[in-house]
Design a protein around this ligand. Structure first.
Ligand SMILES: C[S@@+](CC[C@H](N)C(=O)[O-])C[C@H]1O[C@@H](n2cnc3c(N)ncnc32)[C@H](O)[C@@H]1O
Length: 295
C-alpha cells in the first residue's frame, strides 16, 4: 500500500467521527443561506477522497454541481472510485463522461468535476464567477495564516461564502498521564514547524481563522466540532498515536526525550489494550458569508 492509499484509508476512517462532530448550528445557517438557490455550484477545497461532498449530497435538496479541488491527483482518482461505490449503495446511477461524473436518481442529478491543483491558485484553475459556495473539511489547520488570507481575498473578490469544518484546535487523552502535555506540545510544534510555505496554523487555526474572516469583512459564525473517541474504540486513537510517533522525532533532538517518547507510547498502548484510554480531539467549524449577499 503506498502513502496515498494509506492516507485515503485514514480519510475514510475519520468520516464517521467528522459526521458526528460537525456543528449543526453552523451547518443549518449555511443551509438556510442557500435555500433559495435552485441549483448549487460548489467548490470542495482540499477534497481528498471526496468525503465532504458525500456527506453533503443528502443534505442538499437542489440540483448540485461539485468541483473537487485537490493538489493530489491520486486522491482524486480514489475519490471518483468511492463516489461510484457511494452511488451504487445509495440508489444512484453513475456515468463517467469526459472525466466528469454524473450521478442520477429519479429525483436528483449530481455532477462532479475533478480539479487537480492548489486552493491558492483557484482563479487560474477555474472561472469562479458562477459559484455559490466554497467548502473545506479538515484543511485549514494545514495552512499558514498568509495562505488562508490569500484564499479569503480570492473568495471576497467573487463574494463566495465559505463553510470550513473540522479545523483542529487541540487534543487530550483521558485519563491524563505524565508527559501527555509535553508530547502534545511537541506534536503541535511539528504542525507549526517551518515549511516551504511558512508555518501551518495547526492548533491556532481556530482563533486565526476567526480573526482573518472578521478582518476581511465576512459575517462569521463558529461552533465546536469535537471528536469524542471512546475507550472501546481503539483504532482511531492508535492512528493518532502513530502520527505522533512519526512526527515528534522530526523535531526533538535529545536521545533522552526519544526514550521518554517511547516509554510514553508504550504506556498508551497498554492502556488501549485494557480499553482504558479515551481521547478528545477539538475542532471548530466556521460559516462565513458576505453581508448583502443573502439572496
Ligand atoms: C486532511 S485532508 C482532508 C480531505 C477531505 N477534505 C476530507 O474531509 O476527507 C486535507 C486535504 O487537503 C489537501 N490540500 C492541502 N493543501 C492544499 C492546497 N494548497 N491545494 C489543494 N489541496 C490541498 C491535501 O492534499 C489533503 O487531501
Amino acid at each position: 500500500m503506498n502513502q496515498n492509499q494509506k492516507f485515503a484509508q485514514w480519510l475514510e476512517l475519520r468520516i464517521a467521527y467528522d459526521a458526528k462532530a460537525r456543528n449543526l448550528n453552523v451547518e443549518t445557517s449555511c443551509q438556510e443561506y442557500l435555500q433559495k438557490h435552485k441549483h448549487l455550484k460548489i467548490l470542495d477545497l482540499g477534497a481528498g477522497t471526496g468525503a465532504n461532498c458525500r456527506y453533503y449530497f443528502s443534505k442538499i435538496s437542489q440540483e448540485q454541481e461539485w468541483f473537487l479541488v485537490e493538489q493530489n491527483q491520486e486522491l482524486l482518482e480514489i475519490a471518483f472510485d468511492r463516489l461510484i461505490v457511494w452511488a451504487q449503495e445509495n440508489g444512484y446511477e453513475s456515468q463517467l463522461q469526459n472525466s466528469i461524473l454524473v450521478l442520477k436518481n429519479q429525483f436528483h442529478q449530481i455532477t462532479i468535476h475533478k480539479i487537480v491543483g492548489s486552493i491558492l491558485d483557484l482563479e487560474n484553475l477555474i472561472d469562479l464567477n458562477t459559484f455559490d459556495l466554497a467548502i473545506a473539511n479538515a484543511v485549514f489547520d494545514l495552512f499558514s495564516e498568509n495562505q488562508f488570507q490569500t484564499l479569503l481575498e480570492c473568495l471576497k473578490k467573487y463574494q463566495l461564502p465559505l463553510l470550513a469544518t473540522i479545523n483542529y484546535t487541540g487534543m487530550n487523552f483521558i485519563p491524563q498521564t505524565d508527559n501527555d502535555s509535553c508530547f502534545i506540545k511537541y506534536y503541535h510544534q511539528h504542525m507549526q514547524r517551518h515549511q516551504y510555505f511558512g508555518r501551518g496554523m495547526g492548533p491556532n487555526c481556530g482563533s486565526s481563522m476567526w480573526e482573518a474572516m472578521n478582518r476581511i469583512g465576512m459575517k462569521v459564525l463558529q461552533g465546536e466540532s469535537s471528536w469524542k473517541i471512546s475507550n472501546n474504540d481503539p483504532v482511531l486513537i492508535e492512528l493518532i498515536l502513530g502520527f505522533m510517533e512519526e512526527s515528534i522525532p522530526e523535531i526533538i533532538e535529545e536521545a533522552t526525550l526519544q526514550d521518554e517518547l517511547n516509554t510514553w507510547l508504550l504506556k498508551k498502548q497498554e492502556m488501549i489494550a485494557q480499553n482504558k484510554l479515551s481521547c478528545n480531539v477539538a475542532h471548530l467549524d466556521f460559516w462565513g458569508y458576505w453581508e448583502g449577499c443573502i439572496t
